[in-house]
Design a protein around this ligand. Structure first.
Ligand SMILES: *[C@@H]1O[C@H](CO)[C@@H](O)[C@H](O)[C@H]1NC(C)=O
Ligand SMILES: *[C@@H]1O[C@H](CO)[C@@H](O)[C@H](O)[C@H]1NC(C)=O
Ligand SMILES: *[C@@H]1O[C@H](CO)[C@@H](O)[C@H](O)[C@H]1NC(C)=O
Ligand SMILES: *[C@@H]1O[C@H](CO)[C@@H](O)[C@H](O)[C@H]1NC(C)=O
Ligand SMILES: *[C@@H]1O[C@H](CO)[C@@H](O)[C@H](O)[C@H]1NC(C)=O
Ligand SMILES: *[C@@H]1O[C@H](CO)[C@@H](O)[C@H](O)[C@H]1NC(C)=O
Ligand SMILES: CC(=O)N[C@H]1CO[C@H](CO)[C@@H](O)[C@@H]1O
Length: 824
């Protein structure tokens, strides 16, 4: 059966191919992906289209191409495309077809990871929450309801791609597609049904007949012809499960994401380049950066406790600027790897092990040879003798010798400038020093605090079930009648609530009682507070607020959310503790907030006029604020500084900037930037910074959200805060530092602005790091004035690093370098 099915598909793809004049034939052998019969070494980078705006796409893709990428990889985000079952949205930054056409227009290939489970620190892993509420549905396993929905959406996407001729087999950019995602990591949780589901995914994908190879990442048992691929910080030891599958790395984590309360990640350019070079040293031929541009979690797209910024310390920063030196150091690596494409995809591979984690790998064809010298020793530089010559390989680095004689690149020797960004005001003319604010209370007093909702049930319900993720907010409301004879009565009682996942605000009889919340990866918590109740009726109103749903792990889809309970009153009767369980009381539910339903954030809200400038409140919970502003001058990216606010949501001209939470400080300890050593294995706790500061203070306002003249910023402040310090800033390059070794070229650029001065320049063995450079024991005399003459007043300059240009440094035989710090 299976054989005849494959034969059938094969005929169809040939038929399909012949229909398209520009069709590209994509296939593979055990060595590499082949394009029109030619083995290719492919460098790819992830850019998720909903994490930027369509206006940013051409620039992001151009910078990716300039950085040496061949392909852009993206997931497809089901929950934003089908927010309500069978109601679709492919507009604005959800216009997948336009994104892929932009990739094609820039001359790059695309890798489409349809999933449609995508993980990605994306709300609910990209699955629509309504799936959870379909009767009989079990997610990501052999379940007919789920498989039918997954099939429906995946088919829709594939048909859309085919209609627009976007597969390479039709002349389009898509060379590879992915079904499911990292399922191998959780398959055992689903038992035999997991295995059956995985096989079903494979057969289903094949049946879609797209004419390009399918991959399954982190799926060591992927059946042929699916190619199993690797995700991780390092993939040098990965082996595909079939001799006919090339060694492919679908996610090389360029940095890490950030959670509320978490610190800022830094993965050094040296270590990232090392991991890439190791992968190609050990036979890899396809490599994808996760992320190449991370971007922003606009709206409510972030997964549980993930920040609104998704910068990821990627080669392009959140706003689309070059993250230097990472971008440039990788660009140079890509150029040298590309120059070796033929030998790396055809040559015989010979590896010599020198011990102490040092090895040399030669790729040899009949008429050329290329070499990698790898030193995976995290502490010691090593010198090897290879074909009669001596080579020193710094610890935790790879040297690349395209001709096996001359070092063309070493991953630890960064010859690219480091840029430090600064934030500037750039206020438009007549913009006042500080913004003027209007406000409105969120309307809860005569409704929610009275316990009035639209749905009732005699139980506590899961937030997914009641709200289906239509809003962050869900009210849980109940009444409790007490008289003074009640055994619990003591005038001193405790309200105790088991809650999970989110934030809980509790009100009793119209009075605010307190709040409590979960933490990233630590979802269960108990709210416990003394409460004074009245004889007679008492109203308890609980507001549960999501900060995104979990996205990862076996069973993430069924994790309880909201207030699963129990909700109890604990009282004292003499010495006896009395517990009154309210969990099975009649609970009344209301999804969302009045201000959200009435779109107070929208410029044409019918409440637009009903704001007040009087008695502007500070530190008041459940408060709406509004102001107008002019966009900062220039074209640099814009951020809004929300310092002083608590937690909530922000909009500019009705466009969501995402959730904000500047009052959530990153943990105090564990920062180690000063001691950051690129050597040794990276993980997300290494080299972190921003300890004790707001997890996220600045929020991206894409230029396309703003217009000339007046713009409106609306904030919904849930916790209470002070908007008086809020202001708009532009992000621009402030300081650049560069280092280049002798025989290289040092390049400095201020991103479109002139270099205003040179703070430091030394040729010899300068010490320290950017911002605190010092001269070493040897140094050429006139370097500062040479660099000043060449660079000041120019947007960029380049200097050949040699004694003939810079003068003798008197360092003897040791390797010399030029270090410069310039102010933009
Ligand atoms: C998806 O399901 C709807 C019915 O809900 C059906 O009309 C449609 O044809 C299905 N789409 C595909 C591609 O199967
Ligand atoms: C690193 O090199 C040192 C010095 O040669 C050696 O003692 C050590 O065992 C090496 N470590 C590894 C992991 O190879
Ligand atoms: C090398 O030469 C041999 C003999 O001429 C030939 O069979 C082989 O295909 C060549 N290999 C490569 C990689 O060019
Ligand atoms: C590659 O290896 C094959 C098989 O070991 C050998 O026959 C061939 O000569 C080698 N070619 C080169 C260029 O080393
Ligand atoms: C109420 O009870 C709690 C603990 O049960 C106790 O700590 C607190 O002091 C009591 N308050 C009053 C006013 O009795
Ligand atoms: C409520 O939370 C407490 C503290 O984590 C825990 O001991 C208790 O078992 C929870 N109750 C239920 C029913 O989950
Ligand atoms: C899929 C995968 O390799 N996941 C790894 C990602 O990195 C974390 C942290 O280093 C590991 O724990 C995971 O196993």
């Amino acid at each position: 059966m299976a054989i005849s099915k494959f034969a059938f598909c094969f005929c169809l793809s040939i038929a399909m191919l012949s229909l398209y004049a520009n069709a590209t034939e994509v296939s593979h052998d055990g060595r590499a992906i082949t394009i029109d019969g030619k083995r290719r070494l492919l460098l790819s980078g992830s850019i998720h289209y909903p994490r930027s705006t369509s206006g940013m796409w051409p620039d992001l893709i151009r910078k990716s191409k300039e950085g040496g990428l061949d392909a852009i990889e993206t997931y497809v985000f089901w929950n934003v495309h089908e927010p309500v079952r069978r109601q679709y949205d492919f507009t604005g930054n959800l216009d997948l077809v336009r994104f892929l056409k932009t990739v094609q227009d820039e001359g790059l290939y695309a890798v489409l990871r349809i999933g449609p489970y995508v993980c990605a620190e994306w709300n609910y892993g990209g699955l629509p929450v309504w799936l959870h509420n379909l009767p009989g549905c079990e997610i990501r396993t052999a379940n007919d309801v789920y498989m039918s929905e997954m099939k429906n959406f995946t088919t829709l996407i594939v048909n859309m791609m085919k209609k627009e001729k976007l597969f390479a087999s039709q002349g389009g950019p898509i060379i590879i597609a992915q079904i499911e995602n990292e399922y191998g990591n959780v398959q055992s949780y689903y038992g035999d049904a997991g295995k059956a589901y995985m096989n079903w995914c494979s057969n289903f994908a094949q049946s879609l007949d797209i004419g390009v190879p399918w991959i399954m990442c982190q799926q060591s048992d992927a059946p042929q012809p699916m190619i199993n691929t690797c995700n991780g910080w390092y993939c040098e030891n990965f082996k595909p499960n079939n001799d006919n599958s090339p060694k492919m790395w679908t996610e090389n984590w360029t940095g890490w994401f950030k959670s509320w309360g978490g610190k800022d990640p830094l993965r050094t350019a040296e270590d990232l380049a090392f991991s890439v070079a190791r992968f190609f040293q050990t036979g890899g031929t396809f490599q994808n950066y996760y992320m190449y541009h991370g971007g922003t979690n606009f709206g409510r797209t972030a997964a549980a406790y993930i920040t609104t910024t998704y910068d990821y310390d990627a080669p392009l920063d959140e706003y689309g600027n070059l993250n230097q030196p990472k971008w440039g150091h990788l660009k140079q690596l890509h150029e040298i790897l590309k120059s070796m494409e033929y030998t790396l995809t055809h040559g015989n591979i010979t590896t010599i092990d020198f011990g102490n984690s040092v090895s040399a790998t030669m790729y040899a064809t009949n008429d050329s040879a290329s070499c990698f010298f790898g030193n995976a020793n995290s502490s010691t530089d090593h010198t090897i003798t290879f074909q009669g010559n001596k080579y020193t390989i710094p610890a935790w680095s790879v040297s690349i010798l395209p001709d096996c004689k001359t070092e063309g690149y070493n991953t630890a020797k960064v010859n690219t400038q480091t840029s430090f960004k600064v934030k500037m005001m750039n206020k438009a003319e007549d913009e006042p020093e500080s913004l003027g604010w209007l406000w409105r209370p969120e309307n809860i007093d005569d409704t929610r605090l009275q316990g009035k909702g639209e749905v009732t049930a005699n139980k506590l319900m899961d937030q997914k079930e009641v709200a289906a993720d239509a809003s962050d907010y869900l009210w849980y409301m109940t009444s409790v009648y007490l008289n003074k004879d009640d055994p619990i009565w003591s005038g001193n009682m405790t309200l105790k609530i088991n809650a999970t996942g989110f934030i809980l605000h509790a009100y009793v009889n119209g009075e605010y009682l307190g709040s409590e919340w979960a933490k990233y990866n630590d979802y269960n918590y108990v709210f416990e507070k003394n409460v004074k109740l009245n004889p007679g009726k008492n109203v308890i109103s609980l507001l549960s607020a999501t900060v995104g749903f979990p996205n990862y792990g076996g069973g993430f889809e069924v994790i309880n959310t909201g207030v699963p309970g129990p909700v109890v009153l604990v009282g004292q009767n003499g010495d006896e503790m009395v517990i009154k369980d309210l969990s099975a009381h009649k609970w009344s539910y209301e999804v969302g907030l009045h201000g959200l339903k009435n779109q107070l954030f929208s410029t044409d809200s019918r409440y637009a006029a009903k704001w007040s400038a009087e008695n502007l409140p500070i530190n008041r919970m459940m408060t709406w604020y509004k102001t107008t502003f002019k966009a900062p001058l220039g074209t640099d990216p814009v951020v809004v500084d929300l310092q002083g606010l608590g937690k909530g949501h922000a909009w500019v001209n009705g466009n969501s900037l995402g959730r904000y939470w500047p009052s959530y400080l990153a943990k105090e300890d564990g920062c180690s930037l000063e001691a950051c050593d690129y050597r040794g294995s990276y993980d997300n706790n290494k080299c972190v910074f921003n300890c004790g500061k707001p997890t996220q203070r600045w929020y991206h306002v894409p230029r396309s959200f703003m217009q000339d003249g007046e713009n409106t910023l609306v904030l919904f402040e849930e916790f209470g805060g002070n908007p008086s310090l809020v202001n708009f800033q532009t992000v621009t390059t402030g300081t650049v530092c560069a280092n280049a070794y002798e025989k290289h070229t040092l390049e400095l650029a201020c991103q479109g602005r002139p270099i205003s001065s040179i703070k430091f320049a030394s040729f010899g063995n300068p010490q320290g790091r950017c911002g605190s450079f010092e001269k070493g024991s040897c140094d050429a005399n006139n370097v500062l004035s040479i660099i000043q003459n060449e660079c000041v007043g120019k947007e960029k300059c380049s200097i050949d690093v040699s004694e003939s240009k810079l003068g003798s440094a008197n360092c003897g035989a040791s390797v010399k370098r030029l270090a410069v710090e310039a102010v933009c």
